[in-house]
Design a protein around this ligand. Structure first.
Ligand code: HEM
Length: 452
């Protein structure tokens, strides 16, 4: 077990604060959420309403799995992200419309089919490694670096050769401000304020989103004009047919899904990888153990698909990193009808947050919850734990479709980087969280990088 004060960089507040809500809203979640089955975030009248948090694997199973049909996407998420992420997309669709889109996209995300992407994942990390290797020992903020690598990777997976026609840097530069304002949108949605209400950076974010939508539409039009199906994810979406009606996706559905895959497919994995490198930089012994595993399994050759099942410790390190710093801190749900779940009486329209961040650090579920210990995920230990105590990818029918994609990608990127570089913490750097779309560090995650 490795301990560091930064592994829990804030004290849960006794009284929620509006200032904190826009910066790092999880600080407003009370201490009970880390020791009880559920908790209420007190309201701040008239601005922030009360909010219910769930942090119990049995209740989580009911909400996300057993009675999943009684819950839909919650109002806050829809309102907060409606501008950035079109409601037609797989992420927001509900009922039959969601089911056929999910079925159409699923084959592209099966583990066996994704193994063909191992060289692409390795190349994404290699591009970065060449850049770092040329510069010798230096301090690098691994947050934006991981974003660039995972964005390059997702573009190859989704667009194939079509990726060449996109101005990658410009697209990424537009995404960052668009999503860094999500906390404001969540806050305003909670306060039921009109969408026209201003907040810092709003005008730029809106202009960026309009440009992103135009660019994404152009990519779909380009592929249509080339009459290309293709084996990449866009090709698969183009050839998808609803098994019941035989209809294909409309252009608007294609654009929204392409966009959601490009966004959800890189930001989350980038966040998880950056936290993983930062944790390993703190815990040198674990970093060495991981390097030894990679040397033993892969040696000096390229990483191959068959290596993945032997890079077990790498997998455990990533799992433990997503326990402490889950890219998505909670999973929101809105009740479609009145329902009682354990001690919770839920009314139609009520909003619930499955608080993954609290569940992952719950006193009753984890020994020394704030310590870093990848051995928690050794197979015997993991199988003894309650299934719904760990939710980085969600659970039930709406579990992340990109789970296998992300796990393979992260194993390959981590292995590629750890065998080329040693990562060390920068003395004096203190962590502050900035929870937006994903759980990020306010001032980035600078690490000292030494070429081996
Ligand atoms: C470390 C990486 C990732 C994490 C932690 C993550 C997390 C999640 C979570 C928690 C959900 C469930 C949300 C809910 O139930 O409300 C989700 C859904 C989703 N994720 Fe991921 N994700 C990751 C990577 C990816 C990748 C690589 C892709 C695509 C290439 C992707 C695409 C999606 C989509 C489309 C959904 C919506 C699925 C549906 O509603 O049917 N994610 N993700």
């Amino acid at each position: 077990m490795f301990h560091d004060p930064d592994f829990m960089p804030f004290v849960p507040r006794k009284r929620p604060s509006i200032r904190v809500a826009a910066r790092n809203f999880i600080e407003n979640w009370p201490a009970e959420a880390y020791r009880d089955s559920h908790a209420t975030v007190r309201g701040v009248w008239p601005i922030l309403p009360e909010m219910r948090l769930v942090a119990d694997p049995v209740l989580v199973e009911e909400i996300l799995v057993a009675q999943a049909d009684k819950f839909g996407r919650d109002r806050l998420q829809v309102e907060a992200l409606a501008d950035e992420v079109n409601r037609d997309s797989l992420f927001f669709a509900e009922g039959a419309h969601w089911r056929w889109q999910r079925r159409s996209a699923t084959p592209a995300f099966r583990y066996e089919n994704l193994l063909a992407l191992v060289p692409t994942f390795a190349m994404g990390a290699d591009i970065l490694a060449q850049e770092w290797g040329a510069r010798g020992r230096e301090v690098v903020d691994v947050s934006p670096a991981m974003t660039r690598a995972t964005f390059w990777i997702i573009l190859q997976a989704v667009l194939g050769e079509g990726a060449a026609s996109l101005d990658r840097e410009k697209y990424l530069a537009a995404l960052t401000p668009a999503f860094s304002t999500t906390a404001w949108r969540f806050l305003y949605a909670q306060m039921s304020l009109p969408r026209a209400f201003p907040f810092p950076g709003k005008r730029k974010a809106e202009a960026d989103v309009r440009w992103l939508q135009r660019e994404t539409s152009r990519l779909v039009a380009e592929r249509r004009a080339a009459r290309g199906g293709g084996t990449d994810i866009l090709g698969l979406l183009l050839s998808a047919r609803d098994p019941e009606t035989g209809r294909a996706m409309t252009d608007s559905e294609l654009v929204s899904n392409l966009y959601i895959f490009m966004v959800a497919g890189h930001e989350t994995a980038a966040t998880a990888l950056a936290w993983t490198l930062w944790l390993l930089a703190k815990d040198q012994a674990t970093q060495e153990r991981l390097r030894a595993e990679i040397d033993a399994v892969v040696g000096a050759r390229d990483i191959a698909p068959e290596d993945l099942e032997h890079l077990m410790f790498a997998r455990q390190v990533i799992q433990e990193s997503m326990r402490l710093f889950p890219p998505g801190v909670a999973i929101g749900r809105g009740a479609r009808e009145d329902v009682t779940i354990g001690p919770l009486d839920i009314r139609k329209g009520d909003f619930l947050l499955v608080a993954s961040f609290c569940l992952h650090r719950h006193e009753k579920l984890w020994e020394e919850p704030n310590a870093f210990d990848p051995c928690r995920f050794a197979p015997q230990k993991a199988s003894a734990r309650q299934r719904y105590a760990y939710l980085p990818f969600g659970a039930g029918p709406r579990i992340c479709i990109g789970l296998s994609f992300a796990m393979i990608e992260m194993q390959v990127v981590l292995a590629t980087l750890i065998r080329r570089f040693r990562f060390r913490a920068v003395p004096g750097h203190r962590l502050a969280l900035a929870t937006n779309l994903t759980l990020r560090a306010k001032n980035g995650l600078p690490l000292e990088i030494e070429t081996l």
